[in-house]
Design a protein around this ligand. Structure first.
Ligand code: NAD
Ligand code: MG
Length: 395
């Protein structure tokens, strides 16, 4: 007795922005935790570099064609790490006793199967992959409850709310703060000319390309409204969004007695990851304490511009419609963001592509995984048609 169990952590999306931050925090606590599984999409060299520094038991590459490159690279490096490939191998490892904690930081709907696999075996789930909650929130929460999986949200806003609700009380309202993105205050005319390079240059947070574009359109905040609705079981009407350009107040909750609690900190995801890895204990994250004066001494708030950034209203409409509508919203958005990043469509074509998919596919009131995945697939077909039409008319 008296010894600490070593926490074994699976980092899914290890080569990404969140994955890198998670490994940074884990490496600060070699006595308490280690990365036992590392998984990435297709960047074998980046995954091999992480294996050399963290020596995990298992490394998984989603792209099947990259298996031999991973296996040979591990052998050449003299590592005992076992190589795996494909999403089924990943789901099996997540569910196995190779890990106690899962950091779900794959980007997009591709993260749903591994997230569900972790929930179904009752692992501690550090959930960054918000798209899985948007696509299948009711199902995912039901599985987590049924199997005793503790979900610690890693999205900074939801992590803030999670901390504010640690006393077990139910909030009467949730306020999600938003930085407003790089185009806060811009008009529709200027927004039409935005380039991918401008859209991924976020003023406050350093993040992967997809979520950076989502932050610029405010779709990210829309996805977060849906995420908060599922995580904290609050009605959509009790969730509001306030733009807070300083990005120091990460979110806020109100209680019936007139109290409001907020969580503050520098915009660095290692804080949220340390909350998840150490919970309920506080552990060092490498993030310095907030000094409000050196950060400018002001906290400002303003309502979002729903006319210039229609994605936020589209997300509210989708969660109010319920059923398969959020899955359609998310899938069409993933396709539109990818087309925008490749230069095929303009910035304002992102909301119109999503709106067209929602119009074409009325919400089906179900949360069966088959129906949700079918809606996701159909919405992608629909969005690609819209994108091809727009791209054709631009040339
Ligand atoms: P990123 O693009 O930097 O990294 C994505 C990771 O996912 C990479 O490691 C990539 O290899 C992996 N990946 C992609 N497709 C995969 C597949 N099919 N199978 C396995 N792995 C795959 O993205 P990110 O910014 O780290 O974001 C990851 C998730 O966290 C997203 O859902 C995002 O919304 C959420 N999130 C990120 C931040 C942030 O600060 N970056 C904040 C809040 C929430
Ligand atoms: Mg967020």
């Amino acid at each position: 007795a008296g010894f600490l169990m070593m926490q074994r952590v699976a980092v899914l999306g290890a080569t990404g922005s969140i994955g890198t931050s998670a490994l940074d925090v884990i490496a600060r606590h070699p006595q308490r935790m280690r990365a036992s599984v590392l998984a990435a999409g297709s960047q074998v060299d980046a995954l091999l570099a992480l294996c050399r520094s963290h020596a995990p038991d298992h490394a998984v590459i989603a792209d099947m064609a990259s298996y031999s490159a991973l296996r040979d690279g591990l052998r050449t490096a003299g590592l005992a790490t076992q190589a795996h490939a494909g999403s089924e191998a990943l789901d099996a490892l997540v569910a196995s006793d190779a890990c106690d904690t899962v950091v779900a930081a794959i980007v997009g709907a591709a993260g749903l199967p591994s997230t569900l696999a972790a929930a179904r075996v009752g692992k501690r789930l550090l959930l960054a992959n918000k798209e899985s909650l948007v696509l299948a929130g009711e199902l995912l929460m039901r599985e987590a409850h049924a199997h005793g999986a503790v979900i610690v949200p890693i999205d900074s806003e939801h992590n803030a709310i999670f901390q504010c609700l640690a006393n077990g009380n139910t909030p009467s309202r949730i306020t999600l703060t938003a930085s407003g993105g790089p185009f806060r205050g811009w008009s529709g005319r200027r927004l039409a000319q935005v380039t991918p390079a401008q859209a991924v240059a976020h003023p406050k947070w350093s993040m992967g390309p997809k979520i950076s574009v989502d932050s610029a359109t405010l779709m990210n905040k829309g996805l977060e409204v849906i995420e908060a609705h599922h995580l904290f079981e609050v009605p959509v009407d009790a969730i509001r969004v306030l733009v807070h350009p300083q990005s120091l107040v990460h979110s806020m909750v109100d209680f019936i007695d007139g109290s409001s609690l907020a969580q503050l900190g520098l915009p660095d995801m290692r804080t949220a990851l340390a909350v998840g890895l150490g919970w309920p204990k506080r552990i060092a994250s490498g993030v310095p304490a907030l000094d409000l004066l050196s950060e400018g001494g002001r906290l400002e708030f303003e309502p979002p511009d729903l006319a210039a950034f229609p994605c936020l209203s589209l997300a509210f409409a989708a969660i109010r419609a319920g059923g398969t509508a959020p899955a359609v919203l998310n899938a069409a958005n993933e396709e539109a963001v990818s087309a925008f990043l490749q230069g095929h469509i303009g910035f304002l074509d992102i909301p119109s592509t999503v709106a067209a998919a929602l119009d074409a596919m009325p919400a089906n009131p179900t949360d069966s995984i088959e129906a949700l995945l079918a809606s996701d697939a159909q919405a992608r077909v629909n969005a690609r048609q819209t994108i091809a039409r727009i791209a054709g008319s631009r040339t």
